[in-house]
Design a protein around this ligand. Structure first.
Ligand code: ARG
Length: 457
């Protein structure tokens, strides 16, 4: 049943109806649609636009529909044009004329904008909650491995010694920024569009502040054209979700590498790995790979939203119906990824011994060797050159800076003495980096605490 039948003489063809319909993907907003209609009907009654008793009958009719959907006695008709049409049609079936009064001073244009905002406001909170769980798991790991030495990398080449806790907290920082982006996005989304009607507002004496406060919106949209045709909140949320996926994908890439025999820094729990149908020895990090792969979907959803919106004149155009599948897919995907990812990290076994072994080769204490000379008065550039020569010598002799005898050091620079060996011990190199934001173990613990405090506020 269409709501707009009056001026048409023929039924819509089946293919047009299927093409035009959005119920297969907007039915998930049934609850928000009903909440919005309850607030709207209440406001109409309070403002004397419909009779108070009619308003009450509509509200209880809507509540009944909601509980019938939730307890399974009312099935959503997949032949309906959209969820708004279905709910209004069902109300009219049940109440007759009063059902038909609900849509006074409203359009599906402001109705759908409202429903999406109500739906997404909840989802922003859900995603935020899942990120908080992940960050809290990261804090556990960081605290536990605050003094576990591992190589830090640049260009994927071993660079300088850090601690595993420090490495893990880098991701906590990224996800904290994501949480704050979600909070920003929520604030901008928190604006109630109902009352914009089709595009031009209304001549009825409605009170938009009543609906806004019933639906717990912080503000009311200030321009009716913008109120119905704005989808920034979808684009912004999708963009934040995309950045979350960038972070999850980078993290996944590291997990995948760390699981390989080449690294073996971690081992995933059996419950979060899969095997091969032919190679009996395999244990694959499929979850991390899928998370990395699914980032592409979310970027695609964001791109779809941008493209849908870029060329449409004010105000509502049907193109905008394409917003929902994209943003819903992005939200579903991110939630699914976080649901799988967090327990995978929580249960993964960390292998400090292998990290330490990797740290021991690759001359990651070379900077500290140069710094040792510099602290004794040698200009840094000369110290750098001398250390470079020492590294070349070690490579030639197949040894390490720790094992190279002092005479060899002295041949290159006579400032070296016995004290050097303590200065280039990997534990010391990592732990002496006490600078704010550095890998020192106490720093890591303090940072983990700061992150936890942030999560609690
Ligand atoms: N199903 C539509 C959508 O999702 C609802 C709005 C319909 N408005 C209209 N003027 N046809 O965008």
């Amino acid at each position: 049943m269409q709501l707009w039948k009056g001026r048409f003489q023929k039924e819509l063809s089946k293919t047009t109806n299927d093409f035009n319909s959005s119920i297969s993907f907007d039915s998930r907003m049934y609850k928000e649609d009903i909440e919005g209609s309850i607030a709207h009907a209440t406001m109409l009654g309070k403002c004397g636009i419909i009779k108070e008793e009619d308003s009450q009958e509509i509200v209880s009719g809507l509540k009944q529909i909601l509980s019938d959907i939730e307890n399974g006695t009312l099935k959503i008709d997949m032949e309906a044009e959209d969820i708004h049409t279905f709910i209004e049609g069902e109300l009219t079936k049940r109440l007759g004329d009063n059902g038909k009064r609900l849509h006074t001073s409203r359009s599906r244009n402001d109705q759908v904008a409202l429903d999406i905002k109500l739906y997404l406001k909840k989802e922003v909170k859900n995603v935020k909650e899942k990120l908080r769980e992940l960050v809290s798991v990261l804090c556990d790991k960081a605290e536990k491995y605050s003094d576990t030495v591992m190589p830090g990398y640049t260009h994927l080449q071993r660079a300088q010694p850090i601690t595993f806790g420090h490495h893990i907290l880098a991701y906590a920082e990224m996800f904290l920024r994501d949480i704050s982006r979600l909070e920003d996005c929520y604030k901008r989304m928190d604006e109630m569009p109902l009352g914009s009607c089709a595009l031009a507002g209304t001549t009825y004496p409605i009170d938009r502040s009543i609906t806004a406060s019933l639906l717990v919106f912080e503000r009311i949209t200030n321009n009716s054209l913008d109120g119905v045709s704005d989808r920034d909140y979808c684009i912004e949320f999708a963009s934040v979700l995309s950045i979350i996926m960038v972070h999850l994908s980078r993290f996944s890439e590291e997990i995948i590498m760390w699981c390989s025999w080449e690294f073996k820094f971690v081992e995933l729990d059996d419950a979060f790995s899969t095997g091969s149908s032919i190679m009996p020895q395999k244990k694959n990090p499929d979850i991390a790979e899928l998370v990395r792969g699914k980032s592409g979907r979310v970027f695609g959803d964001t791109m779809a939203l941008l493209t849908v919106m870029k060329g449409i004149a004010l105000a509502y155009n049907k193109d905008m119906q394409e917003d929902k599948e994209a943003i819903f897919d992005a939200v579903d995907t991110v939630k699914m990824c976080l649901t799988a990812f967090t327990p995978m990290i929580d249960t993964m076994k960390v292998l400090p011994h292998n990290m330490r072994k990797a740290a021991a080769s690759g001359f990651i204490n070379a900077t500290d060797c140069a710094d040792y000379l510099t602290k004794k008065g040698v200009p840094f550039r000369d110290a750098y050159k001398a250390t470079g020569e020492l590294v070349a010598l070690c490579i030639e002799k197949g040894t390490t800076l720790e094992e190279l005898p002092l005479e060899e050091y002295k041949k290159i620079c006579d400032v070296f003495d016995e004290g050097l060996y303590a200065e280039i011990s990997l534990e010391k190199c990592a732990n002496e980096r006490k600078v704010l934001g550095g890998p020192n173990s106490d720093n890591v613990k303090a940072q983990a605490k700061r992150v936890r405090d942030y999560l609690c506020k």
